[in-house]
Write a protein that binds this ligand. Sequence first.
Ligand code: ADP
Ligand code: ASP
Ligand code: MG
Length: 819
Amino acid sequence: MKVLKFGGTSIKDADRIRNVLSIIGRTAQESDIIVVVSAIRKVTDLLLDAAVTASKGDAGYSKRLSEIETLHRGLVEDLITADGRKEVEEYLRKELNELGDVLHGVSLLRELSDKSRALIMSFGERFSALIISSYLRQEGLEASYADARNMIVTDTNHCDARVDMKASAKRIKAWFKEAKGIQVVTGYIGTAPDGTTTTLGRGGSDYSATIIGSALGADEIQVWTDVDGFFSADPKRVRDAYVIPFISYGEAMELSHSGAKVLHPYSVHPAMKSGIPITIRNSYNPDAEGTHIGGADKNDERAERPVTGLSSINNVVLLTLSGSGMIGVPGIASRLFSCLARHMINIIFISQASSEQSISLVVNLAQAEKARRVLEEEFSPEITARQVESLAVRKRIAIIAVVGNNMSGHPGVSAHLFETLGKNGINVIAVAQGANEMNISFVIDNQDEDKALNCIHESFFLSRRKVHVFIAGTGTIAKSLMGQIRDHSLTLRKEMNLDVVVSGMANTRMKVFRNDGIDLDTWENALEPRDDGKTIGDYVAGIKARNLHNTIFVDCTASGDVAESYPDLLASNISVVTANKLGMAGSWKLFETIRSAQQSSNARFLYETNVGAGLPIINTLNDLKNSGDRIIRIEGVLSGTLSYIFNELRKGGKFSEIVRKARAAGYTEPDPREDLSGADFARKFLILGRELGYRLNYEDIDCESLVPENLRGEMSVEAFLEELGSVDSDYEARISKAAERDMTIAYTGEISEGKARISVNMLPVSNPVAGLNGTENMVVFTTDRYLDTPLVVKGPGAGGEVTAGGVFADILRIAGYLV
Ligand code: ADP
Ligand code: ASP
Ligand code: MG
């Protein structure tokens, strides 16, 4: 014999009820069955709403009532043919009248007791079981309506009643002894000893099914719902959650008590006691295997995995009683819990540190105010005597539970869990782990709930990990970066098990957000005109609001405003990768703010491409420093444009013509004076100097401008290039003079002893700088270890592709840290 329970979504309309018929029909061919049904979807909510409205004396409840009526009458019309319809309609009318009377009574009294509330809410299941039993009968099955109030006996806690298992079992057996054919039983409802109607708490139809199944020793209890089974986490919150094929009673119990709504928390216990398997099946996909809930011994194929599933409860309230007067005083905890028990307040979570200075507990929002009041009363002598501080109340929190049989004796689970949370900047407010080691629960802020679920889920269950990238800028570097991420994504998946998901992109006019990733081929079309204030602050606010796990902000702009946002991003535990120099080469104040934000953040900040684009300069420098080498001097050429000009000059050519040629080839800024001033070069040296620990500002870099002094006033680019010819002979003369001594000239920088200088220098032709080609950059590190033969890094120091490559490498470095 099997018990088949159908939830509200499985019978939400006539089509779904027809679908249920086919499931019932098929199963009834193989075994005896009992059907338990919930109310039609949303009906219980409508009933509750009607009750509350009526209790305010608001006649609006009748609108709800007629909604309920229309819904059920519609079902009857749709499902039941003319022959049987009259009888069902007659019965339905009687029930609706009764409901109308009760609501009317409530509205007159303006009082909604739990007793009335439970009675009102019981109608949903009464309607649905009535209609479905008639429909099954019409379709040729021998089925009849069974009111569970004849079977399930409870206490008088009307809205969340405890079941008297013994008395219920007796009545259930008696009922089924007499019953013939398929009984369609109302879920969710029961009777108190005084004959009043009770309910088993929201979602209680699952419980009804297991109570009946276990009383009758069923072979299986099937819970038919709208998802493929018991998932590793709520599939509505965690996209990558998957169906758990087998889960033990204990695990299912822990998970459902901690918020996994797929099963009512109490429903596992009766089945477990009688050793009856529960299966969770999808009525929308009846061919799916579903989840099998049974004894832990069948668990061995998953023995490797310590954690089975995650669940969460949100919008609950944390109460903390603390004070030095609690230390070593026996009976405090006992008074606390007895007081709450006396007032029927349910505690969801408890945590006490061994210092005994404080006890934290979590209760439902609906009971929080009452809990606060009664506890303050209980402890008022201690509060007055200042032995206990008044009770701290923290609202809008969530509890996450991490559950698994195999956690026990599996070291490292907590470490891994809290590391993952820490890296994502999720603050853990309180923690509790039972000594059975099956459940680690912790309290966090409500707003971090989804982020926490997703990052924990990913780190415990998935081999493939994700980072969410938000890009600022849509220019050359961003374009190349998007191309590189696209071209490399398959390899990343295969070799690093990593998905780089670009979840946002913006410039000053356009933006796009897609949590699951912007299409890397068509992203340009996805950009939409911005409807916010069009500032970087607005974009950052959008990123923060998404609160995704493993988030990296990537700055592909050259904007000072964007650089100003790094401290805020880091403070929000969002890692930053930047190709924009205006942060690290910005004012000393900005630099310091970024550094300190970085130190206090769990997020990372990388800017390798600030100096020499994709060349490994900052990393090399840090590796040297961190491994204990002493850097004596850094020299080099860190401007592609100026490198080109001097490399050409050495081959023989006129300075002004070379500048024109460089400009035509796109090696200079549109206004070549910007390059010739050495400003960009100086910023890179400023960054290197600061990296070495020197407190330097831009003004401290002694930089020789190659814009002749007499040409520094206002003039057009053309006019400037025209006039620049005046220095040609000077450069020619310097080169030939140097050549006489086997030397040449180059525009180079040097940092040593806290001083940075950039100028045109004479150097031996054997110097590696003299051998540079095209726009190549070069940095020469002279250190204690690299003294006679300095360490040289050389290569192209600019360009969209190489810069994007460096940015990409920084993203992957952070991904490596995060996952
Ligand atoms: P029914 O109406 O069938 O009783 P419920 O809405 O009570 O359905 O329960 C099913 C819902 O439970 C799913 O749609 C899903 O969103 C939610 N849920 C929460 N946690 C889990 C989980 N771990 N596995 C499956 N579903 C879950
Ligand atoms: N109809 C009830 C509710 O909505 C019981 C159930 O669906 O299991 O809570
Ligand atoms: Mg349910």
